[in-house]
Design a protein around this ligand. Sequence first.
Ligand code: MG
Length: 388
Amino acid sequence: MKVCAIIPAGGIGKRMGGKSPKQFMLLGGIPVLVHTLRIFERASTVDRVVLVAPEGDIAATAELAAAHGCKKVAKIVPGGRERQDSVLNGLAAVGDACDIVAIHDAVRPFINEALVDTAVSGAAGLGAVCVGMPVKDTIKQLGPDDRAAATLNRKSLWIAQTPQVFKREILEEAYRRAYADGYYGTDDASLVERIGVPVAMIRGGYGNIKITTPEDLEYGEYLLQKGREAMRTGTGYDSHRLVEGRKLILGGVEIPFERGLAGHSDADALIHAVIDALLGAMGQGDIGKHFPDTNPVYKGISSLKLLDQIKALLAEMRFSILNIDAGIILERPKLAPFTDSMRENIARSLDIPAALVNIKAKTNEGMGFVGRGEGVAVFATATIVAHK
Ligand code: MG
């Protein structure tokens, strides 16, 4: 069974009042779209993702997905005039090999992979599944004079959310008939309902909000905080000897100097200290346990590559980084011109905003091994949070 997710990310966020499309709005420092894509990356039932974006945003969207390691994004197609037209374009791109299609709004980042997997399994058996929630408020139907003409029976009313998941043939038939009849619905399930296929409703959550206004974004920040468990902190320390005939690499930046750091890998003491701080916060031992210097694979390797693996471990354990702070102690050369590049390298490798990384550089006032120019010492701390 092949499952494809279509994520319409078409809205230009007019209601947000800003210039950037609303899925590029930041939630906890990360674009809303990335939060959503990460859930589909983790959902084991989903094989590939087709994103639908405005023509002019396709390149930026592709860059964003790649920069955040969203490997399931197989295609990005241009959106249409209405949301329904965008989903139609997505549907044309899923391919014949796909059996099940899950449609999910890019701006609903508060689902989880278990809900996606449940909806997908449901659709595989039942044909059509829509995530939603019972209505909590009493609903009035207004007459032409704007007065309440009827009070609907709340017991039978649900709000429709996404994901909405369908067997591909059912969805394609529903779309074909909707366009033949000139019908536009406000969700995909309504197109399926009108061809007589029953849509099973399953519970999403009241927190499964659609972020379309600045108020939604504020509430979203609150939900993000609420979904976080205890904070954890780790510390790291590393030192390497300065020798002739080696490059001086710190934070992935090659610094012009007559000597460099000795070591098995590229001897990037800054990255090593940061890795130890992160492993410490995760409760996962130390760098030597994960990347033993007896392993020839790590000989001469760029330590930024090791950081990539730490990023994967963080994601697997459902941790995210709140901040990293490091201090490099080196007598010579001056590091100040290079610290911005170092923090950008570290942030890029860990897929976090550069604002969450801080690098300080100082000397040891001529004292000790650092003061005598024999080597470098680096301290780092990392704070992370676990997600429920
Ligand atoms: Mg080291």
